[in-house]
Design a protein around this ligand. Structure first.
Ligand code: ADP
Length: 467
């Protein structure tokens, strides 16, 4: 077979070129050019298929990204809690783009004119909270103007200050996304370290660009929502305080008028009692009964006095009073009582000048009532901490115990006259209302809060001005 072929080849070679070409040769040439054309076509086709596959891939990613963005923005709008919103955003970006770390920089309280790190996720190093991008820096102005994500390599050349560079070196080969709300930049998002080890692609930039705008809107919504929530809470508290003040004032007025009415007949009864005592001196039993009547009258008189104290229509004589001196005086005569009830007293006086303008006797009454209540709240003993300190122009005093605290259902009533949870005969329900009246007439405030365990009464009084 080899010989035959060789012979044929030779025969072909020997054929003179001038000889006319036969139909077979033409067919052969035709076949050859057909073959080339097919190969060329195939190459072109393959190239086209490649291009289509790539654009199909890009299209699929775009659809997927858009779908994700749509889903995420729906979720973002539903998340009104600021912190969880930031968490969701970073997680989504890292997962979607396939990167290892990301961080959000926003205005923080300690950095009002700059964007500092408020949330970060992933592995590797991150900037410290005190490091920040200045709001008016060239870098921030540049990304705001561009209004799209920028590769860190494009920022480090001549746009970034030394301060910016220190932050950016944690994200080298990464990307910085401006978070723009309407036309204003509200923060930056930086991410880096793609898991694939590749650079950030156009797809990533487009995706992050859309998501950056979405998160900026969601952040502003969440901020507005939180600010509104805080304002509503503050308003509700103020309203409640106003209501409480008004209720107490009305109750005070009513109790004062009742006290006046009771006071006069009480005086008369007492005088007549003295007369009766003189006339029935012979019967010791009757004298005993009279003693009980007198005791009970004194008790009513004490309650009436307290009621008048609560309303206090008559002006008090105000002198410079050392509050710590007042407290120490009360403790010196309450000391034994507290000790026998197993109550340890801790005095925590921080600072020096605790002088207020006031009536020492009335202020003593306040601390006496608070200490009696603390003792009553701890029948098995406990601790009372009295803390006094200066806060600007005020002297703040806290009386804290380790008792059961005040239950929420009674908390709004404890300053009302005659409100008591103590058993009959033990409490009059006037102690705190008297304290309230006295502190109000000193232009101060008295509030309470529950501790864990126990509760704390806080009194704020204006400090006396030094002349
Ligand atoms: P009273 O002591 O006569 O009951 P107060 O006006 O002094 O009247 O107190 C009113 C109520 O406030 C008390 O009955 C008690 O329920 C509550 N209270 C006051 N101080 C304390 C305290 N330190 N711990 C727990 N509850 C307290």
């Amino acid at each position: 077979m080899t010989d035959g072929t060789e012979k044929r080849k030779r025969t072909v070679a020997k054929r003179p070129s001038s000889k006319p070409r036969g139909p077979r040769a033409d067919r052969l040439d035709e076949a050859r050019s057909d073959h080339d054309a097919v190969a060329l076509l195939r190459a072109q086709l393959e190239e086209k298929v490649g291009e289509l596959t790539e654009s199909n891939r890009q299209l699929k990613r775009k659809i997927f990204d858009l779908y994700t963005v749509f889903e995420i923005s729906r979720n973002f709008n539903a998340v009104l809690k600021y912190q969880s919103l930031l968490d969701t955003f970073i997680f989504t970006c890292l997962g979607q783009v396939g990167a290892l770390k990301g961080a959000i920089f926003l205005n923080a309280e300690n950095h009002p004119q700059a964007f500092s790190l408020v949330k970060s996720k992933g592995s590797g190093s991150f900037p410290k909270p005190q490091q920040a991008f200045r709001e008016n820096s060239r870098l921030v102005e540049y990304v705001t103007r561009l209004n799209r994500p920028v590769l860190v390599t494009d920022l480090v050349n001549d746009l970034a200050t030394a301060e910016d560079l220190e932050i950016l070196h944690h994200f080298h080969s990464g990307i910085v996304v401006p978070l723009i709300y309407q036309t204003r930049i509200i923060g930056l998002f930086a991410m880096s370290d793609k898991i694939s080890g590749r650079e950030f692609q156009l797809d990533d930039i487009e995706f992050l660009s859309i998501l950056g705008n979405q998160i900026a809107v969601a952040i502003e919504n969440a901020r507005l929502y939180e600010a509104e929530k805080m304002a509503t809470t503050a308003l509700r508290e103020a309203q409640q305080q106003l209501l409480q003040t008004e209720r107490l004032a009305a109750l005070g007025q009513m109790s004062a008028s009742i006290a006046h009415e009771v006071n006069n007949p009480l005086g008369i009864i007492k005088n007549y009692l003295l007369l009766v005592r003189r006339t029935i001196q012979e019967s010791p039993q009757s004298l005993g009964h009279l003693g009980v009547v007198e005791q009970e009258i004194d008790r009513i008189a004490a309650i009436v006095r307290q009621l008048l104290e609560f309303h206090r229509p008559k002006p008090m004589v105000m002198d410079p009073v050392d509050l710590v001196g007042v407290i120490n005086d009360v403790l010196s005569f309450m000391g034994r009582l507290l000790e026998s009830a197993g109550v340890e007293v801790i005095r925590d006086y921080q600072g020096e000048s605790f002088v207020v303008m006031g009536s020492a006797d009335s202020l003593k009454q306040v601390f006496l009532n608070l200490l009696i209540n603390a003792r009553d709240a701890m029948p098995d003993g406990g601790k009372v901490t009295i803390r006094v300190r200066r806060v600007q122009e005020h002297v703040l005093t806290e009386v804290a115990d380790t008792g059961p605290g005040v239950s929420p259902d009674v908390a709004s009533h404890i300053f009302e006259p005659f409100f008591t949870t103590k058993e009959v005969g033990k409490g009059t329900g006037l102690g705190l209302s008297v304290c309230y009246g006295i502190i109000k007439s000193h232009n101060g405030s008295i509030t309470f809060r529950n501790l864990n365990p126990g509760c704390c009464f806080e009194i704020s009084l204006p400090a006396a001005q030094k002349d």
